[in-house]
Design a protein around this ligand. Structure first.
Ligand code: ZN
Length: 252
């Protein structure tokens, strides 16, 4: 790894992560992404340039608003750091290549999905559509049109598999077993990871999600929990792990 690129990509991840938090928190609510500018949720104090630096500002300000001293939610800092670390891992795995940009787009989509699904139980179509288009164009550049059309087919197949699981789940549980967003998400998984990894992500997500859901249900008594974040975490693990045999990206 070239340390210069590594640092650059990490900073890039911090800045974009900060933007993704804004997208994930505002888009499902129909709010503008630029207006109002970032402000303290407590006193509406508009953040200056020095208060907007990802992570650093949080540390310098001691996690408190400069004006009213109320606590700044840690979520944003957490998302920024996570995005940066994931970007760095993607660079370590793919190097400087078109595939790296596919991976970064994929991670970006999923970070927004995680924020919006946790906050509103919504996965925005805009995010999925824009992400899919960017990924498809990058795939054509990276692996050629023919292989990209195969990837498209993998996406559609994964979508149909998830739709079948949902239909079956609805029949068994006699209620909505899964959100539409989770099914649409599976199209992107198929496109980037291929069919076996997409199916694996469902199992991995259930494996990660089950204990967490049980604990949350016990404490909150809430029975509606988003599945999207678990799917996203699972997909990122599969993308960045060493399981190359089943990745579209690495196979072609
Ligand atoms: Zn404040």
């Amino acid at each position: 790894m070239d340390i210069y690129y590594g640092v650059l990509i990490f900073i890039f991840g911090l800045v974009l992560g900060s933007f993704y938090t804004v997208v994930g928190e505002r888009l499902p609510d129909g709010k503008s992404l630029i207006n109002p500018p970032s402000h303290c949720p407590n006193c509406n104090h508009r953040l200056g340039i020095l208060e907007l630096i990802p992570v650093l500002s949080f540390i310098i300000l001691g996690g408190k608003c400069k004006k009213c001293k109320s606590k700044i939610p840690i979520l944003s800092t957490l998302i920024e750091t996570t995005t940066a670390i994931l970007f760095l891992f993607a660079y370590l795995k793919f190097g400087i290549s078109i595939n790296l940009f596919v991976a970064l787009t994929f991670i970006s989509m999923l970070v927004i999905v995680i924020v919006s699904d946790i906050r509103y139980m919504v996965i925005c179509d805009e995010v999925l559509i824009i992400g899919n288009i960017i990924i498809f164009i990058l795939l054509i550049i990276s692996i050629g049109l023919k292989a990209s059309l195969f990837a498209l087919f993998y996406g559609m197949t994964s979508f149909v598999i998830m739709l079948s699981i949902k239909t079956l789940g609805d029949m068994i549980f006699r209620k909505e077993s899964m959100g539409g967003g989770d099914i649409k998400l599976m199209f992107t998984f198929g496109l980037v990871l291929g069919i076996p990894s997409s199916v694996a992500s469902i199992f991995l997500a259930s494996f990660i999600g089950l204990p967490i859901s049980l604990i949350m249900m016990k404490n909150n008594k809430s029975h509606e929990l988003p599945f999207g974040p678990y799917l996203s975490v699972a997909a990122i693990i599969l993308l960045l792990s060493g399981i190359d045999i089943i990745n579209v990206l690495v196979n072609m």
